[in-house]
Design a protein around this ligand. Structure first.
Ligand code: PRP
Length: 208
């Protein structure tokens, strides 16, 4: 599989993902696990964040250190991407959040855009596209297309599960976009759901 794909090997991610898949996990617990997984995956996906030198005063004197120097935007794909925002804001409290509304047409599986309020000029240096499921990859590709037209230069995809088909499609369309997920699952089924997956992430998150 492609070098752009980064599947977490962290034991906590594996443990929480297994709980998340379980049909016995209720909506409240599901949202909590998604938030925790987002935080852990964000920690891994920001390994190459740019730093600038910074000096602070400790009680004992001056200490040379670092501060994160990139302006970061997180771009949740509505609806299910919303569940990943909280965990990321815990780690990165100053991020800009730019929502993109897409739903997948149930017949064609193609993404249909219904919300985009990006300003004319790009305001961030690094974009994290959030969607728990990378299935056919259509939603992620459409979102990266939108962000590149906006002028975003550095873009990463952060999700929970990916299907090989989605990874292939996204890396073919946008080889510069790294993909950070908790697991690469086996395949898509004939209605475009990831198998073994976790069902419909939006429905399990929002109780619909
Ligand atoms: C699901 C999921 C992704 C998309 C993935 O959204 O949350 O956004 O499908 O599929 P793709 O990789 O094949 O594009 P859905 O259309 O069910 O909308 P929702 O998030 O509002 O439930």
């Amino acid at each position: 599989m492609t070098a752009a794909l980064q599947v977490s090997t962290h034991p906590l991610v594996k443990h929480k993902l297994t709980r998340l898949r379980d049909t016995a996990t209720d909506h409240r617990k599901f949202r909590e696990l998604v938030r925790e997984l987002a935080l852990l995956l964000c920690y891994e996906a920001t390994r190459d964040l740019a730093l600038a030198p910074a000096t602070v005063d400790t009680p004992m004197g001056e200490a040379a250190g670092w501060e994160a120097s990139e302006v970061i935007g997180v771009v949740p794909i509505l609806r299910a991407g919303l569940g990943l925002v909280d965990g990321i804001q815990e780690l990165l409290p100053n991020v800009q959040v730019w929502h993109i509304g897409l739903y997948r047409d149930e017949e064609t599986l193609r993404p249909v855009q219904y919300y985009n309020k990006l300003p004319d000029e790009p305001t961030v240096q690094l974009c994290l596209v959030l969607d728990p499921m990378l299935a056919t990859g259509g939603s992620a590709i459409a979102t990266v297309d939108i962000l590149k037209r906006w002028g975003a230069r550095r873009i990463k995809f952060l999700g929970i599960l990916a299907a090989p088909e989605g990874v292939e499609a996204l890396t073919t369309a946008h080889p510069d976009v790294s993909i950070h997920v908790a697991e690469l699952d086996e395949r898509l089924n004939d209605i475009g759901f990831i198998v073994p997956g976790l069902g419909d992430a939006g429905d399990r998150m929002f109780g619909t």
